[in-house]
Each structure stands twice: as C-alpha cells, then as structure tokens.
Design a protein around this ligand. Structure first.
Ligand code: SF4
Ligand code: SF4
Length: 456
C-alpha cells in the first residue's frame, strides 16, 4: 500500500507539448565533447590521444577509482583534442573531442554476454561498471557502487519511472516505446538482489504507460509490479519514493540501503539490459527539448557529448524572447550560458523559457508566510536556513540540517516572496563542505608539522 510523504507541491506538469511525440533520432552531430566527469566520483583519465581513430562504444576515459565510471565514444571518427572544455556545470573539465566520420562504426570488442544467467551479482556489477552506467535520472551516481553497497542488505528494489518534474517526458516515451527492455533490466535487478518482485513506480499522469507495462508483466510473467502513485512533486526523489512504497524513512545522512531499499531510474534499468544483452555501454540517451522558448518541442535520442545547440537546432531553434535555458527540469535543473556545452549521461531535458514565464523580481523579500516549511519533503525550515546562509552563519545553517536538503526546489516554487531559496542552500552546502575540507587540511598540516618537530 502506497504511503504519502510529507510536503510536496502540485505544479502544472506541462508535459502535453511532448508526451505524445515519439522519440526521434537527432541528426548526427559534427563533433562531440566527452567530458571525463559524467558522474559523481573520481573523474576519468583519458585513454586516447589526438589523432586516434575511435569507434562507437570504445572506451575513451578510464575510471581511476571504485566510485567512478568509464566514459565511451558516442560517435566514430578522429580524436581532434584532449583538453579542458566547457562542461555543463559551468567550469572547464578535461574532455575528449571527436570529429564525426558519419560512419557510425561500432567498436569491434562490443559483444553481449554469452550466458547472462550464469553471471553472479558481483560479475554483473563489474559488467555494469565497465559499461559506464550511472544514475541516468540526473543523479549520475555510479550504478555498480549502489549495487555493491546494497548486496545482502536490500529487500525492496524500486525502478523509478515517476518522472515527476514538469515538462520532462523522456522516461514516459521510453516506457511506451521500449517496454521489453525495461522488463529485461527489471529481471536482471531482481536476480542481482534476489527479490521476487521489483516495484516499478509510475505517476498517475502516465496511466497509458502503466497500463501497457502491466499487460507486458502479465504476458511475460515478469517479477515486477507497477505502483501508480499520485502526481505530486518530488514523488521521484529517492527517499520520498522509498517512503511511498515501503513506509520506511531513510534516516538523515543515510542512503536507501540503510532501510533495505535500492532505487534505479528506468533509463538506468534499460542501460543495464543493453549492457548485458547487447554488450552496449552508455553512449546515447533520450532528451526532452521543451519549454515556452522552444519552437518545436521534441524527445530526441542523442549521442552523449552532443552540444546543446545541436538539440535546439533540431527543434527549430529558440524564440527571440527566450531568457533562460536549463539542463534538467524547471525544479532541479541548472542554467546554461553557453550552448556549446555538451549533454551528459544524466541530461534528461533541455528547457528554454520565454519571457512570459519570467518569475524573478528585483527585490525578493520574505513575508513570513511559512509556505516553504509546509512543502519541504525533508521537514526542513527553509525560511530560517535562508537567513543563516545570507548572514554567513554556517554552524547554525548546518544545525538546521541544510545538508539533508535534497535541492528539490519545492520551497522556491511556492515562495511568494520569490526568494532564491534552493540556490542559497546549494551555496550554503558548498561553503560548509569547503570549511570542513579546510579544517581537515589544517589539522593534517598541524599534525605533520608536530611530527616533524618531534623527529627533529
Ligand atoms: S529545496 Fe531543500 S529546503 Fe527546499 S523544499 Fe526541497 S528539500 Fe526542502
Ligand atoms: S515561503 Fe518565502 S516568503 Fe514565505 S516564509 Fe518561506 S521564504 Fe518567507
């Protein structure tokens, strides 16, 4: 029985512009820029050089640590640069730039596993790492790490197809167009964790996808159940999803595995299926291009590393009065200032907004209405956290549990004073983490100096 989580909001889902549009393949880009950081964790090390010829699916960046994921070429052609290039985070990141030969030559070493049923969970996890699979709903946490840390602890596996952010329809279209691949991935997850059934969570506004998947599950006798949940933001946030399905709450600072849950985005689930049954690493993803500033909104299948400008061009460009372009949804997405930035493994949407949607005001001011507190799904008090951050009161900000903020943006959405709440919390978390890192470095330096003094 589904449980409700605290707080949340009901924004207009704005999905009608693309939810009936089949996925189209983007015209091949002339170049792609593959950043060495397309995931949470250690950045990759380039393993190709300028002048090399690379093929689709060939590894171009090695993962140097367990918490990392390799990156692969998404087109075939010549490596024309290995250098820092603008990343969608807004800073330069070491990248491999490939010029397209338009042959789409597949890497010869890509091959499906001959007997997937013979693989142990540990072997499947290793294969998932080699395929560069990360949380493709936007979190980009390496999937093999989530699997490894959950083995033996997890009794509830959840596939997240709730797609709760407005405008985005890429998961919805994938559910409708690739149900066999979804269930293929679901069966693998059930086997990895040894569970009888996997929960596939879909919001009410995607009833057609839920109905179709239920039929397929019955047909295939797949180890899965579809949970249709009310359309409410942030229904798809990992901790809220665990609560909705199991009634258990993830403790502050902990991960879902702490309460026996593991959550995988539906695109991640398909990526697992493709890696095992087709030998394909993550090279492409579906991106919704929408918003009031886009001339022809679409769902596009794109090579990873394609510049944002190529996606916008394929949608007839943006309207003149466009004032903002986001990577990701309107609640959690990040503003983009340079359209040469490439799309990543977690890019589910590119949204452009024209001026009638401009909500910012010149002088944001709190009117003490308390609405932000009533919608916060993490039971936080955004109004006070905002004041602490603005005053530089970092200890108070940490005591107010800003580190538990999931940056869902529900408080910013509801705020009548138009305060930039979530932006302040992102900045506040960064300051707290920087202060902790600086204190740790100072303590280590003092300890080293003390030891040197003793030796002397
Ligand atoms: S952004 Fe953070 S503080 Fe605001 S509603 Fe979401 S979890 Fe709460
Ligand atoms: S919602 Fe905005 S205006 Fe209302 S209390 Fe919170 S910060 Fe202040």
């Amino acid at each position: 029985m589904a449980q409700a989580f605290f707080g949340g909001i009901h924004p207009n889902d704005q999905k009608a512009a693309t939810n009936k549009k089949p996925i189209e393949t983007l015209p091949p880009p002339a170049r792609v820029v593959i950043p060495m950081s397309l995931h949470i964790g250690a950045p990759c090390t380039p393993c190709v050089s300028v002048g090399d010829y690379v093929t689709v699916g060939q590894k171009v960046g090695d993962a140097p640590a367990f918490v990392s994921a390799p990156v692969h070429a998404s087109i075939s052609g010549k490596v024309v640069a290995v250098e820092p290039r603008l990343h969608f985070s807004g800073v330069p990141v070491m990248s491999v730039v490939i010029e397209n030969d338009f042959n789409e030559t597949l890497c010869e070493s890509l091959a499906p596993v001959s007997d997937p049923d013979s693989l142990t969970p540990e072997q499947l996890s290793a294969l998932i790492k080699e395929a560069g699979i990360v949380g493709m709903g936007g979190a980009t946490f390496p999937t093999h790490v989530k699997i490894s840390s959950g083995l033996g602890k997890v009794d509830t596996v959840i596939v997240n197809a709730s797609e709760c952010e407005p405008y985005i329809t890429s998961d919805h279209r994938i559910l409708l167009e690739e149900p066999e691949a979804v269930l293929g991935g679901v069966k693998l997850l059930a086997r990895i964790f040894g569970v009888d059934r996997v929960h596939i969570v879909i919001e009410q506004n995607k009833a057609n996808a839920a109905g179709m998947l239920k039929l397929k599950i019955d047909e295939e006798k797949a180890p899965a159940v579809v949970d249709v949940l009310p359309t409410r933001y942030p229904q798809g946030a990992e901790k809220q999803l665990c609560q909705s399905i199991t009634g258990r709450q993830v403790p502050p600072g902990a991960l879902p595995a702490a309460i026996g849950c593991a959550v995988f985005n539906v695109v991640t689930t398909i990526a697992i299926y493709n890696a095992v049954y087709h030998g394909r690493p993550v090279t492409h993803r579906v991106v919704t291009v929408s918003g009031s500033g886009v001339n022809e909104p679409k769902n596009l299948l794109c090579p990873i590393g394609t510049p944002i400008s190529d996606l916008l061009d394929a949608c007839g460009g943006v309207k003149q009065e466009t004032f903002k372009i986001l990577m990701g949804g309107p609640m959690m997405g990040h503003s983009q200032f340079d359209m040469s930035a490439p799309i990543g493994k977690g890019t589910n949407a590119i949204l452009a907004f024209a001026d009638k949607e401009e909500r910012t005001v010149e002088h944001p001011a709190c009117i003490r209405c308390g609405k932000c507190i009533s919608v916060c799904p993490m039971h936080l008090q955004p109004v006070f956290m905002y004041q602490y951050e603005a005053a530089g009161m970092l200890p108070e900000l940490e005591e107010a549990h800003v580190l538990d903020c999931i940056e869902c943006g529900a408080c910013t959405y509801i705020c009548p004073g138009r305060l930039h709440l979530v932006q302040a919390f992102r900045a506040g978390k960064q300051k707290i983490n920087n202060a902790k890192a600086a204190a740790k470095a100072a303590a280590e330096a003092a300890k080293a100096a003390e030891e040197k003094k003793k030796e002397g």
